[in-house]
Design a protein around this ligand. Structure first.
Ligand code: NZQ
Ligand code: ZN
Length: 387
């Protein structure tokens, strides 16, 4: 482990079929005011809204609601939530939903008592969190982002057309997260596979950088292998508890900082996808899948050793009689076939992108990069290659 680190993750996770039973005890740790945050209605369809409301009333909470949080949550919704926090003596924000709802809860909490413009302070200037915040709790309904156990808050500012991820410090990690894999049974197939590829991409972003021997890369390979097996099982039978529970925990582990410890990381695919999302509003994981393939085909030569390792250790490619380049490309081909197996669209066009958007997307992405730092022109070429 080459680089020193301090590891601390404050989120208490309750995992399993009876995890919701732990909600009342968690609520009792906080004052009366709760802001209940959720999306466009899936929690009502699956009966979870009624169960949560019942627990909130047993715990004698004064509940204020903000619903309709959209996938790829918007800054205007953040400001609306911040106003509700200020006006209703809120002691806890309870996010019930997927990554979008939880990300939005963190953003509302950071913004409610921020004395300057929160967008500028936290998502443009990346200033440290220094104002009062409201604690957050989460009931997760969709596996993918890892937001249930991290400080990430990805918000779209509709007026500037920027989708930006901000990683907050420990005060804004959910204080508790309730993870019942059964709540994910109702996630539509395209959303499920979007979440699965998001997990794969989080693992790739952390893996494809650096070449030193470290615990993190070995953990990543193990999580990738289980994710692939579980994804296949869940496609085959969406009600397979073992598969859905493994996907859910793989998702959390993939982005709760553990597997990225003591490593340089990439995050270029996410940078490009976030801007794709700002322009098209496409599901995050589908955008990642489409961009990943031409991106890795372009950069693999700069990190050949790791791409060979990916092909052999994760996908079981045989090295006999092949050059390193051939093996590396076999690994990328296997990733592409996995995306096909999941039924993920293959082009940006299918995700709603228009050709004239591509330069705007490419030139609004922050330059990052793991094995190769890309120019905006190179990003544009990658977008054209998967258009
Ligand atoms: O609006 P509702 O009714 O909740 O429906 C949602 C939404 O339409 C639906 N859904 C969720 N649970 C369901 C369900 N439908 C039926 N049954 C259920 N049990 O699924 C749709 C997508 O939900 P969303 O929360 O948007 O998905 P996801 O969890 O993939 O979150 C995506 C957002 O997270 C950001 C992404 O950029 C995107 O904005 N990310 C957050 C990260 C973080 N915090 O660390 C990292 C990620 O890389 C990512 O960028
Ligand atoms: Zn992601």
């Amino acid at each position: 482990m080459k680089y020193d680190f301090t590891y601390y993750n404050p989120t208490r996770v309750h995992f399993g079929k009876d995890a919701l039973d732990k909600l009342e005890g968690e609520l009792n740790r906080y004052g009366k005011g709760v802001l209940l945050l959720y999306g466009k209605g899936s929690i009502k369809k699956i009966g979870l809204y009624d169960r949560v409301r019942e627990i909130l009333s047993r715990a004698k909470k004064n509940v204020t609601e903000l619903s309709g949080i959209k996938p790829n949550p918007s800054y205007s919704q953040v400001l609306e939530g911040a106003r509700l926090v200020r006006e209703n003596n809120i002691d806890l924000i309870l996010a019930v939903g997927g990554g979008s709802v939880i990300d939005c809860a963190k953003a509302i909490s950071a913004s409610a008592f921020c004395e300057s413009d929160p967008w500028q302070k936290y998502w443009v200037d990346f200033r440290p969190l220094d104002n009062e915040v409201v604690p957050i709790g989460a009931v997760l309904t969709m596996a993918g982002t890892g937001s249930e156990m991290n400080g990430g808050s990805v918000i779209t500012n509709e007026s500037t057309m920027i989708k930006e991820g901000r990683v907050f410090s420990a005060e804004l990690y959910p204080a508790f997260s309730i993870l019942n894999p059964e709540f994910t049974y109702s996630v539509p197939k395209m959303q499920m596979v979007s979440g699965i590829f998001d997990v794969m991409s989080h693992l790739c972003e952390q893996y494809f950088s650096g070449d030193d021997e470290n615990t993190s890369d070995y953990l990543i390979e193990a999580v990738m292998k289980l994710l692939i097996l579980s994804a296949r099982a869940a496609i085959n039978n969406p009600l397979d508890y073992e598969a859905r529970s493994n996907i859910m925990w793989c998702a959390t582990v993939a982005l709760n900082n553990l597997v990225g410890l003591s490593k340089t990381q990439d995050w270029q695919v996410h940078g490009i996808e976030h801007q794709l999302g700002a322009y098209t509003d496409c599901p995050h994981g589908l955008g990642l899948a489409v961009i990943s393939i031409p991106y890795y085909r372009y950069i693999y030569k700069y990190g050949l050793k790791k791409f060979v390792r990916f092909a052999t250790n994760v996908w079981g490619a045989s090295a006999t009689g092949k050059t390193d380049e051939q093996i590396a490309l076999e690994g990328i081909k296997a990733l592409e076939s996995f995306s096909d197996e999941l039924g993920i669209p293959k082009s940006l066009r299918e995700l709603g992108a228009k050709e004239e958007m591509l330069p705007k997307i490419a030139y609004s992405v922050e330059e990052g990069g793991g094995y190769k730092k890309l120019s905006h022109e190179e990003m544009l070429n990658i977008l054209k290659a998967c258009y």
